[in-house]
Design a protein around this ligand. Structure first.
Ligand code: PEP
Ligand code: MN
Length: 369
């Protein structure tokens, strides 16, 4: 009898076939064809001069020598988990460029960062005012939605392309890298010139086609955990982006749906500790969507930093009650400033710098065929 929920749907970890440095396109295709003839799907990954064929179908029932005897295969590696790239990933993700128009922010492996901004970009004046206020409060990047995933189709859906342009201008004026959500593949190309990091919202964590397309981009991705996702599902969604070639992924815990009704969601801080033990990827916490109520944002921000988060993503507005979306959770720039000071103080007081930090790994682009 299976008592562990996770084993009811168990799929074996992927198998990786290394074709070595001198392989040809012809031998790669031959290996892929032989796998297909045996009912096995695969994906070809080229990184530098190394070519790998990742067997994505369940290969448990096939004898090991079948793979090692395939022509052109030099080495067979059987992985022990289904998120190998997430497990051995970038520890530091840079958003923007030092000499770029909006400056640069490094996330992971040091001082916690605070990213802040409105839920939605409401107008040009609004995003300029908010960007200046959050920058003065100590935020190091500005967030804001131009494409908004609203529960009701009758609610404000965002300013779209205009909102992105306003954000980029505000980011340039106040030297803040810009983060904004894309909900569909078509949004990626329109957002690309104006953002320094793409956000995947909770509702799209399972949108695998979107994740794969973001994996083909050169800008980093902030991946938020879906309200119903397990930690492993979040990691597997990250794996989609990583396996498509984009190694710059930052995870974000933003609360999950539980029986509790006093808060909008329940902030799962255990996820931060668990993710930190399973992956090098930086982990941020969004205490705004986690609580849905501004009165709790500061307390949970403190807890998030204390438990090892690499930073916070917070909704802030100069007139919180006037926010066109998520007004109840928006905090003033003054409260934001206190949170920025709290974060630095907690980081220092707990000597978080001295904790075992993952080795900073490089983020060479991987090319997918
Ligand atoms: C947001 O960050 O604006 C947002 C909609 O958050 P989430 O996807 O976590 O609900
Ligand atoms: Mn919001």
């Amino acid at each position: 009898m299976c008592e562990d929920f996770s084993c009811s749907n168990q799929v074996s970890p992927p198998m990786i076939l290394s074709l070595g440095k001198r392989t040809t396109q012809e031998s790669v295709e031959k290996v892929v064809r032989r796998l297909l003839e045996n009912g096995l799907e695969s994906q070809v990954v080229v990184s530098g001069d190394i070519t790998l064929v990742v067997v994505t179908s369940d290969a448990e029932a096939i004898a090991g020598h079948f793979f090692s005897q395939l022509e052109g295969v030099e080495k067979v590696v059987k992985l022990t988990n289904r998120t190998p790239l997430a497990a051995d990933s970038c520890a530091v993700v840079n958003i923007g460029k030092i000499d770029g128009p909006r400056g640069r922010l490094s996330i992971g492996g040091g001082q916690p960062v605070v990213i802040a901004g409105p839920c939605s970009v409401e107008s040009k004046e609004h995003i300029f005012q908010t960007a200046e206020a959050v920058r003065n409060a100590g935020a190091k990047a500005v967030r804001g939605g131009a494409y908004k995933p609203r529960t009701s189709p009758y609610d404000f859906q965002g300013l779209g392309l205009d909102g992105l342009k306003f954000m980029a201008e505000a980011g340039e004026k106040f030297k803040l890298p810009v983060i904004s959500e894309v909900m569909a593949i078509e949004h990626i190309a329109s957002a690309e010139p104006y953002v320094d990091m793409f956000q995947v919202g909770a509702r799209n964590m399972y949108n695998y086609e979107l994740l794969k397309e973001l994996g083909r981009q050169s800008k980093p991705v902030l991946l938020k955990r879906a309200m119903s996702a397990t930690i492993d599902e979040l990691l597997q969604s990250a794996e989609y982006i990583l396996a498509s070639g984009n190694l710059q992924v930052v995870l974000c815990e933003r609360g999950i749906r539980t029986f509790e009704t006093r808060v909008r969601n329940t902030l799962d801080l255990s996820a931060v500790a668990v993710l930190k033990s399973l992956t090098n990827l930086p982990v941020l916490v969004d205490p705004s969507h986690a609580t849905g109520k501004r009165d709790y944002v500061r307390a949970l921000s403190r807890a998030a930093i204390a438990c090892g988060a690499d930073g916070l993503v917070i909704e802030s507005h100069c007139q919180p009650d006037k926010s066109v979306s998520d007004a109840a959770q928006a905090i003033t720039p003054d409260t934001l400033k206190q949170i920025v000071l709290d974060s630095a103080a907690i980081y220092q007081a707990l000597n978080l710098r001295d904790q075992d930090k993952p080795v900073v790994s490089s983020c060479e682009p991987v090319v997918l065929r």
